[in-house]
Design a protein around this ligand. Sequence first.
Ligand code: SAM
Length: 286
Amino acid sequence: MATLYQEARAALRELALRPRKKLGQHFLVHQGVLEAILGLLDPSPEDEIVEIGPGLGFLTRRLVEVARRVWAIEIDQSLVGWLLKSPLGSHPALDLVHGDVLKVPLTDILPDHKVKLVANLPYNISTPVLFRIFELRNHFSFLVLMVQREVAERMAASPSTKSYGTLSVWCQIHGQILGRVAVSPEVFFPRPRVRSTVVKIGLYPEPLFSKEDYPVLRGLVRAAFGQRRKTLSNALAGWLKKGRDEIEMLLLREGVDPRRRGETLSVDEFIRLAHALKNTGLIADS
Ligand code: SAM
């Protein structure tokens, strides 16, 4: 039986396709890692699953064997054409969607109840895809994503570490990391220059901060990380265009030392401060 690597080479030859760097086309050709992704996803016959970027369909064909329905969203027309001609193309459980995951109207395509999401993400769009998923979070129960190792580190990072930033706060208000698998470049064809990690993120039923108040939290997070070297009171005074005294009083009231740097705030502290800012007049004309 041909290995995934041999299958990938043969398919690309048949398609006369050179993997496109711009689309992050590094195909997973390692059976063990494929099984690890399936292990985290744990597909069952009741499941409905979204896959971003099916590529040559190696994972997709395993998903349709088990799940009730699979939406596979692929941007590359030649891969879509190839998948449609393959046995997968006529599989009753598969909905192949040709389009850009950042633009397709997922809300129209997906059912009202929650589905699982899996993707070996093109590295150059992993952050915007994550933010899109968080925006549409009500559609998803959990996510299994292959991302660049550094992105996985940023997602899970703790305060006062180099990796801690906007992505950490945003990921951690939406859910928690339930599993991780480290992946080396050799498991892909062609090999990427970076190392990867598969992460499983369980989304909380509700985010830890209400959606209507995101602008306050977004502003606070931006101010805190945009000026990492400044004290919190200076960073907030710059953002809110207010006097430092007023800001310091608010921080002290919330039990936060104004001399701390923004990057030392825990997710709970970000949430508490965003609530406090919202409940004072301070944010009104920011
Ligand atoms: N899932 C396959 C695998 O694991 O071998 C392919 C993974 S490859 C890293 C990324 C896939 O996403 C490619 O098939 C690529 O064409 C597709 N892709 C890239 N940008 C996309 C986008 N904006 N929307 C949907 N698919 C995209």
